[in-house]
Ligand binder design. Structure first.
Ligand code: MTE
Ligand code: MO
Length: 162
């Protein structure tokens, strides 16, 4: 089966990569989370840790922000890297299969213990679905998360997957 690139990781890294499903599955066991429901009972599937991906691309010390890009619905977040670097993960597999768009695939970013929507830069809204590009930057990058309650509610009304 042809292995398409699911996610690109670039920016302030020594080794930019494009990863397929097999590449993700082959990341060392110490960076794999089998069954994310241990962190959130409402979530299912398996993940790789953000730390594992950063190790793979050899993130530069200058990188201070994490950009999460979803081309599928043009949703983007840029959050401080420090607080999430050792706890966030990216769900990529459910029941041995790639995450479908209905489940937020190809990759779904998840921060355990995120703040409530728009109370902090690292909030629930930063749990970006359909992630296909991860970008490390020095300065804060492009972010189009809803800014106020009205925009936020409109977005949630339109959302199908959860
Ligand atoms: N690609 C993408 N990711 C997204 C969103 C979106 O509209 N598009 N909404 C965000 C917001 S505002 C919230 S609160 C959470 C909601 O996650 P849920 O659908 O699992 O409840 O997803 C976030 N991730
Ligand atoms: Mo949100």
């Amino acid at each position: 089966m042809a292995q398409e690139i699911l996610v690109k990781i670039d920016g302030e890294v020594e080794r930019p990569v494009g990863l397929t499903f097999d590449d993700l599955a082959n990341i060392a066991a110490e960076y794999q989370i089998i069954d994310v429901s241990q962190y959130d009972p409402q979530r299912t599937g398996d993940a790789v840790t953000l730390a594992g991906l950063l190790e793979l691309v050899q993130v530069r010390t200058a990188a201070e922000h994490l950009g999460l890009h979803a081309a599928a619905d043009n949703f983007h977040a840029s959050i401080p890297l420090g607080p999430v670097r050792d706890r966030a993960f990216l769900i990529y597999r459910i029941a041995g299969e790639p995450l479908t768009p209905e489940k937020g695939g190809p990759l779904r970013f998840y921060i355990p213990d995120h703040a409530a929507c728009h109370t902090d830069q690292i909030d629930e809204c930063a749990n970006v679905k359909f992630v296909d590009h991860i970008e490390l930057t020095v300065e804060r990058g492009y972010d189009n998360r809803p800014q106020d309650e009205e925009a936020h509610e409109a977005l949630h009304r339109d959302q199908q997957s959860s």
